[in-house]
Design a protein around this ligand. Sequence first.
Ligand code: ATP
Ligand code: MG
Length: 151
Amino acid sequence: MATLISNSAGETAQLGEAWARSAVAGWVIGLCGDLGAGKTQLVKGLARGAGYSGRVHSPTFALIHVYEGGRVTLYHLDLYRLRTPEEIADAGLEDYLRRPDGVTVVEWAERWWGGADLPAPLRPPDGPYRRVRMEPLAGDRRRIAYEDFGH
Ligand SMILES: Nc1ncnc2c1ncn2[C@@H]1O[C@H](COP(=O)(O)OP(=O)(O)OP(=O)(O)O)[C@@H](O)[C@H]1O
Ligand SMILES: [Mg+2]
């Protein structure tokens, strides 16, 4: 587990950009953290690092956005509105979560992995994945902790 502190939205995006520069297809990144924690800021950096030059949107209402045309395709999922593993499966998102043909980043990944007050988790990705927890500290500071699995 690695932990670091981001002091600004820009720093969080830079972190995502650095991660994406070495990203290869099949990698899954799950982001946990409350509203406003900075998940979408990180995704903006990931998209830039993947070589995507367009705008990044919050997919809360779309469930998924696809950023193509860079070095690797980035799938941006948001599970906020899906409360159970069944809803996630019914939405047809499992392939993106388990074995993407690009890189997948998921906001509200706790919906998928489960937790104390949530139903049992779906199966984790088939390949490597990074589990990220983002926590607001005072002001603009955010604690970003992450752990890699399946490498
Ligand atoms: N260190 C920081 N890292 C990331 N965002 C920060 C930071 N400091 C301030 N912010 C601000 O916090 C907000 C984070 O919003 P963002 O949309 O990324 O959150 P989110 O986790 O995606 O929330 P949601 O669950 O609603 O999708 C932005 O307005 C951003 O400018
Ligand atoms: Mg968001």
